[in-house]
Write a protein that binds this ligand. Sequence first.
Ligand SMILES: [Mg+2]
Length: 453
Amino acid sequence: MNTHDKRDGGIARVTDVDVIDIRFPTSRELDGSDAMNPDPDYSAAYVILRTDALDGLEGHAFAFTIGRGNEVQAAAVAALRDHVVGLPVDALCADPGSVSRALNGDSQLRWLGPEKGVMHMAIGAVVNAVWDLAAKRADKPLWKLLADAAPEWLADQVDYRYIEDALSREEAVTLLTRGKEGAWAREEHLVAQGYPAYTTSPGWLGYSDEKLVRLARQAVADGFTQIKLKVGADLADDVRRLRTAREAVGPDIRIAVDANQRWNVAEAIDWTNALAAHDPYWIEEPTSPDDILGHAAIRKGVTPFKVATGEHVQNRIVFKQLLQAGAIDILQIDAARVGGVNENLAILLLAMRYGVPVCPHAGGVGLCELVRHLSMFDFVALSGTTEDRVIEYVDHLHEHFKDPAIIANGHYTAPLTPGFSSEMHAGSLATYRYPDGAFWAADLAAQEKETNR
Ligand SMILES: [Mg+2]
């Protein structure tokens, strides 16, 4: 009997979708602090797809948020439950694009977007859970499942609606077919060497200069060739911090700066140019992620410094316009912002079509674990290069994952465990479930005691 079947040999189906509100108290250390998000509590609206297959495999994934509102995100995921429960698992895993299209196309839920915001992130979580399950059933890490797939099948996983003026299915097949040339040698290289990373750990806005210098030097000693600093709260502070970091790492290390959407267009240009003496490599999220023409104007105004954005870009359609408008030098995908792997495939193909390097956003909780799979697929079987490409790395919360991101000599190691690396330890889920997990129950009780004194 096929273990992917049910005990009675019948067709296995999705039996349940669990949704768990998980929060980590990261704001207490100022980890993750930037100009717009001074006190994030890294959180996940966590999904578990359960089936009645004999193999006992589950699909895990999550939408990432930074604390308050995670209950809203979790409710959005729960609203998708009825679309998924009862689906035949074989068919679902053979074509995750089918569920992606069905969820995005729901005629009533679509009003809450379309294809943006809380509902879209919820769809992304469910779609990513399907990919986790599909990769586990195929007994491959997700990057390899994608890299081994036929170009026609991968091209069919993309929804071309609203992007066909920039990328047709035929062009996608051509890019993916070309991407397969020499893939085997690149896979060997990837498994041996890993994929280049950069680190944001030294540069949080809430850190002292002393901590910045210590962590920046440590990053170089650890083999990183790029670091990133948060900017945008105070210009004099930023000039001092960038100068301090530059002195600590020397001229050959790239230092990206990240304003987390703090500025208007003119302000972004002036502020970035005021940092020029210390050679920032890219300016990230200078303004609103929805302002395509603003990014184009900023790019013109800050040349030769590069403009990067993407972690808050809501869908493939906005990415398409950023590329069409020549508004960005670096495209930053995020594994848990858009509608899951299918939409990120579309975005990787668009970036390839326009010749813009992809340097993913990561950090938070679990984003490093997920997004490395997408870049590794891109290297093996799409763009075929890591030149000017780095995945963000932040050294937080990896211990909660069964297949954590591992960095060696400034590179992400290729994960070899089947799945999307999205599964957390059961103990972590039990401890950090909000508000009744062991950590939060104790913490809220202590706070109540404090208030009553
Ligand atoms: Mg950022």
